[in-house]
Design a protein around this ligand. Structure first.
Ligand code: SF4
Length: 338
């Protein structure tokens, strides 16, 4: 019998809010518009996968362009991937070859007390890159990722890493360490740039829409709020935006790309095992009881509102097809449910 799969994302969702878990994992409702940040992360992830599958930079960029929601999103993702190739290609060419890329696993969920496998669930997940003695996980974040940053400290609490050691083992690899490959998302947004005339001069207009001249008779190129002189601007093109991000990355490579080893001690692995075991027990209990408590403390997170907020408030319905769709495979990151 194939047991239902539990993933780390699912356990995290349950820990955050049981109602959210119920909507997303038991009923399978997902927001139609995936939030911008999540979408961008997925897009860049495609680039990483291509990188490890040794697809050329050119083809990787074409893939990203074809999957992006708009030209600016594509430009941002392309810039990040161009930087990634420049930062790591030589290093990785000199290193070991991966055994597998995007390797899915299933592993028993064990009671850490007795070692007996659960008869309710099995574990499932996907390792981004698996090597003969370690694995690598890609992450994109908006946070500071420098050495000693909070981001790196938090990783030691992350149960995901522990689960994935088990996953590697299920795939026949005795992983000694996990390498976190972290990429910081560019904070730069498309900006306004001056419109230039045929001579390359900026255009400044007065309140009557006429071009302003300086005392020397030249065209004025600076705005003046006091005089009502307005510099004429336009939004930069996706190409200009991409070049600007690439230039910023080139100047601050270490702010954008970091890798670090995360080694787990036996005691940490055990604690993470208990965390997951007890959370999945509660998951089962809530299912049997048919009760899914809401957690209002989790409705706002990372500056975003939970996608089910209006449903919980009673002002929207999960059956509203313009907002939610029902998915068959609740583990969208995996190819099959079991
Ligand atoms: S809106 Fe709040 S209570 Fe409702 S599912 Fe989301 S996190 Fe839970």
């Amino acid at each position: 019998v194939k047991l239902p799969v539990v993933t780390n994302t699912q356990v995290k969702t349950f820990r955050r809010c049981q109602r959210e878990h119920h909507y997303a994992y038991r009923l399978g409702y997902r927001a139609v518009d995936s939030v911008e940040a999540l979408r961008f992360g997925t897009l860049v992830h495609c680039g990483f996968e291509s990188y490890w599958l040794r697809v050329s930079l050119e083809d990787t960029l074409a893939l990203i362009t074809s999957k992006a929601a708009d030209e600016y999103e594509a430009a941002k993702a392309r810039a990040l991937i161009i930087g990634y190739f420049a930062r790591w290609r030589e290093v990785d060419d000199a290193g070991p070859l991966p055994v597998a890329v995007e390797a899915e696993f299933r592993a028993p969920l064990r009671n850490p007390e007795t070692g007996a496998p659960s008869r309710t669930y099995q574990r499932g997940g996907k390792l981004d890159v698996l090597f003969a003695d370690h694995y690598m996980e890609h992450k994109t974040t908006s946070e500071e990722i420098g050495v000693g940053s909070v981001y790196w400290k938090r990783l030691t609490l992350d149960a995901q890493i522990s689960t994935y050691f088990e996953g590697a083992s299920a795939l026949g690899v005795d992983a000694q360490r996990c390498v976190y490959d972290v990429v910081r998302k560019p904070g730069l947004r498309p900006s306004q740039v001056p419109i230039l005339d045929e001579h390359g001069c900026k255009i400044v207009l007065n309140a009557n829409g006429e071009r302003v001249r300086t005392a020397k008779g030249r065209f004025r190129e600076t705005a003046s709020a006091a005089d009502g002189y307005v510099l004429q601007t336009r939004t930069e093109t996706p190409e200009e935006y991409e070049s600007r991000i690439i230039a910023d990355i080139a100047e601050n490579v270490n702010r954008y790309y970091q890798r670090g080893d995360v080694v787990r001690f036996e005691s940490e692995l055990e604690e993470a095992e208990f965390d997951v075991w007890h959370l999945t027990r509660s998951m089962r209990e809530s299912e049997l009881a048919g009760r899914y408590p809401r957690n209002p403390d989790a409705c706002e997170r990372y500056g975003r509102t939970c996608v089910y907020f209006d449903v919980c408030c009673g002002t929207a319905s999960l059956d509203d097809a313009s907002r939610f769709e029902r998915v068959e495979n609740v583990h969208q990151e995996l190819s099959q449910v079991a």
